[in-house]
Design a protein around this ligand. Structure first.
Ligand code: PLP
Length: 386
């Protein structure tokens, strides 16, 4: 485990300035306009007039509308199709509860671990292969430099559910319109549901789709989960959403949105009203400008790190449309690379094998961090790797 290695390392070198480029957690303070709106909302709760108890399980109407109109501008998502939540991770698990144990699942390899772990918990998988870490009954769709980080769908087996994350954590790859078109067509042909995770969509800067619903036909085959965590530094505040379009139907014609509504009302009593006030502030014109400048800050960090790896002749992917870099160390084992970098530079990364069998020669590096730490890490990495 990375935590264990980090603690061991800090015990061994108590005076070392250890820099974490490991866990993908935001580091910069919230914009004032966002923090103030939450503070004001909390203050109002202490007055008889302003006090409120439970809210709608699906989220407050104003925020559902703001998400539909701001994030999905010109895409035609209705506010009634947006379910506000306490974050994408919880939504992934609530979706798994909706699907149940009899569903077959496909994931990108490498992948954000929550899709696989929730499949294991709900009982969709078979035994684990201890050596590769892969589970029986999961369809692993290999994504790497050899296939432009998009699976060869002609070799992908049919599954009921396809988890697809773009921009991808950990590879940082954002799928092109043509790639997503292929994915939607594949789902249509197979009667599969795509669970599209767009938690990092706001990092896309080169015109690639920020939502699966930009692809015609996606409303009939895709659910989208997303989050304020990496848009606005809400990893601790907790706020996200899921879109379930009305046209998404089971094979017997029953709308999935009705079942999802039932799951949300049963397993979740609504996102915090204070967080939702913060979410609304993020989507106001002043708030949106402020959160985008935070995103730009992390993107500049990513550019510094990308340049660092390129300057020492390593192939680093991602970092352009995402706050993650996926660095290739051909022929090596990702845990050995992780350990060596930690030992020699006091920098924590993440071994790629933790994201699936295809990650065994890679490490993931995050661009979330204070600028001075990113610059110091860049200096140490250049000197160690060159
Ligand atoms: C791809 C992806 N989806 C979902 C999440 C979880 O987001 P949240 O903080 O909204 O639960 C993360 C967090 O790192 C993530 O990387």
């Amino acid at each position: 485990m990375i935590w264990t290695r980090e603690i061991e390392h800090k015990n061994k070198y108590p005076n070392a300035n250890v820099i974490s480029l490991g866990i993908g957690d935001t580091t910069e303070p919230l914009p004032d306009v966002v923090a103030l709106s939450m503070a004001n909302y909390a203050r109002k709760l202490s007055t008889p007039k302003g006090y409120r108890g439970y809210g709608a399980e699906q989220g407050c109407k104003a925020l559902r509308k703001a998400i539909a109109e701001t994030v999905y501008k010109d895409i035609g998502i209705k506010d009634s199709e947006v379910f506000v939540s306490d974050g994408a991770q919880g939504d992934i698990c609530r979706l798994q509860l909706l699907f149940g144990s009899n569903m077959s699942v496909a994931v990108q390899d490498p992948t954000f671990p929550a899709y696989v772990d929730s499949s294991v918990i709900i009982g969709q998988t078979g035994d684990v292969n201890r050596e590769s870490g892969s589970y029986q009954k999961i369809e692993y769709m290999a994504c790497g430099p050899h296939n432009s980080f998009f699976p060869d769908l002609s070799k992908t087996g049919r599954t009921d559910i396809i988890f697809f994350c773009s921009p991808n954590n950990p590879t940082g790859h954002a799928a092109s319109f043509e790639q997503l078109e292929q994915l939607v067509q594949f789902a249509q042909e197979n009667g599969s549901i795509i669970v599209y995770d767009s938690a990092y969509a706001v990092y896309i800067k080169d015109g690639r789709p920020r939502s699966i619903y930009e692809v015609p036909g996606a409303r009939k085959v895709a659910i989208e989960v997303s989050s304020f965590s990496k848009i606005a530094g809400f990893t601790g505040v907790r706020l996200g959403w899921t879109v379930v379009p009305e046209e998404l139907l089971y094979s017997n014609g029953f709308p999935v949105i009705k079942d999802y509504n039932r799951v949300v009302c049963t397993c979740f009593n609504g996102a915090s009203r204070i967080s939702q006030a913060g979410g609304l502030a993020c989507l106001s014109s002043e708030g949106f400008k402020a959160v985008l400048s935070l995103v730009d800050y992390y993107k500049e960090n990513a550019e510094i790190l990308l340049e660092t790896f390129k300057s020492v002749g390593l192939r680093a992917y991602g970092g352009e449309n995402a706050p993650y870099l996926w660095v290739h160390f051909p022929g090596s084992n990702s845990w050995d690379v992780f350990n060596e970098i930690l030992e020699k530079t006091h920098i924590i990364t993440v071994p790629g094998s933790g994201f699936g069998p295809a990650g065994k020669e890679f490490i993931r590096v995050t661009a979330f961090g204070h600028r001075e730490n990113i610059l110091e890490a860049s200096k140490r990495l250049r000197s160690f790797l060159s």
